[in-house]
Design a protein. Structure first.
Length: 119
């Protein structure tokens, strides 16, 4: 089992920044591919960003590319999502998730943290 706990959400004005953190425990963190997803009210959960095991390759949804940065610190068992130039449409609950390759589906999920961007 892997336990994931997100933090860092809150209320911010459009154009502002937030940094989300996701602390992992229970297994060897560096063995897990980590991702961030979000779910806005009335919408399905969507992919935001992900980072591979060795912090060498990142992926982003087109809607956040150039504004968000995903990173990880394997020594601290933590993955981060730096969000800049926030827009009202970024308002959602943000979830971190983990999967261990070669599994393709994310197996473990955090409880989520609310991000609200006011216009």
């Amino acid at each position: 089992q892997v336990q994931l706990v997100e933090s860092g959400g809150g209320l911010v004005q459009a154009g502002g920044s937030l940094r989300l953190s996701c602390a992992a425990s229970g297994r060897t963190f560096s063995n897990y591919f980590m991702g961030w997803h979000r779910q806005a009210p009335g919408k399905e959960r969507e992919f935001v960003a992900s980072i591979n095991l060795g912090d060498t390759t990142t992926y982003y949804a087109n809607s956040v590319k150039g504004r968000f940065t995903v990173s990880r610190d394997n020594a601290k068992n933590t993955v981060y999502l730096q969000m800049n130039s926030l827009k009202p449409e970024d308002t959602a609950i943000y979830y971190c998730a983990a999967r261990r390759p070669p599994t393709k589906e994310y197996t473990y999920w955090g409880q989520g943290t609310q991000v609200t961007v006011s216009s």
